[in-house]
Write a protein that binds this ligand. Sequence first.
Ligand SMILES: NC(=O)c1ccc[n+]([C@@H]2O[C@H](COP(=O)([O-])OP(=O)(O)OC[C@H]3O[C@@H](n4cnc5c(N)ncnc54)[C@H](OP(=O)(O)O)[C@@H]3O)[C@@H](O)[C@H]2O)c1
Length: 288
Amino acid sequence: MTEIAKPAPRVAVVGTGAIGGAVARRLLAGGCEVAVWNRTASRSARLVDEGALPAASIGDAVAAGDLVLLTLTDHAAVRQCLAALDTDLSGRTVVAMCTGTPDDARSAARRVAALGAHYLDAGVQASPETIGAGAATILYSGHRPAFEEHAATLRLLGGPRFVGEAPEAAAVWDLALFGVWYDAQLGLLRALETVREAGVDVAGFARTAGVQLGHVVAGVPGTVSELLEADYPAGPARLTEHLAVVRRLIGLRSGLRLGDGGLPEAAARIEELIADGRGDEGLTATIG
Ligand SMILES: NC(=O)c1ccc[n+]([C@@H]2O[C@H](COP(=O)([O-])OP(=O)(O)OC[C@H]3O[C@@H](n4cnc5c(N)ncnc54)[C@H](OP(=O)(O)O)[C@@H]3O)[C@@H](O)[C@H]2O)c1
């Protein structure tokens, strides 16, 4: 018996900038039928040469895809593009693949539902060069059956990770992960500025600072289990000892261009816990 070939997935890529261009290229290479629309049409001409189908309007692009990827600058652009659509989009899945806030995700989900389609929010933890390569992770949240239906296509772009059915879950993950990076990187920059201003050997210090950052990474599982079990053992230091160090650091950081990194707020929280008789607990107690 001859096997009937499965039809190629039909994907619309709306916005062919850096991410959208890489996404469209990867989907084409993966055997998808890709319709592209870009506000500035000339920016999608190369993709058309490479096999993408040019759409004359955003509505035409969306009509040509079962999976619609909005790879746009931000949610203001997503709102504009969704407002331009007025046909029934039943059966389609619309993915906003751009950095946004939880409110942005909820409002896009409402608009997409009003058009009859399923919504997925996506947080792109990747650069254009890593789309489709092992290093890319893309976080999705929203309509789980729609994610599962399109998972094989989404896998072409990088490790797809479904993080929750609330539409805003991917945005929360995405921003919180940026927060981890900024806090660590800005912490490193503050430390480098501190030692440079003190005339200390910056290169030698930086090597040891790398080891210190490694302690944070190694401590992640322990910190999480303390939090989940609501048990805050002192570990390497008690809150009373942390407070003394944090106060000294606030003094050392005065005058830094990047400020003190929120240490006074942390000190105030530690003081509150000590006043409650919890000075023997560990640092995780500050968010317990
Ligand atoms: N680039 C990265 O490394 C990276 C990494 C992670 C996440 N992200 C996120 O991915 C998203 C896309 O980034 P990108 O780097 O691809 O941006 P980009 O290269 O600047 O492309 C933005 C796209 O949005 C379109 N656009 C902007 N405003 C529009 C509007 N009002 N109506 C219709 N189309 C509009 C642009 O069209 P025109 O060509 O007409 O201007 C262009 O196609 C952003 O949310 C970004 O934060 C990017």
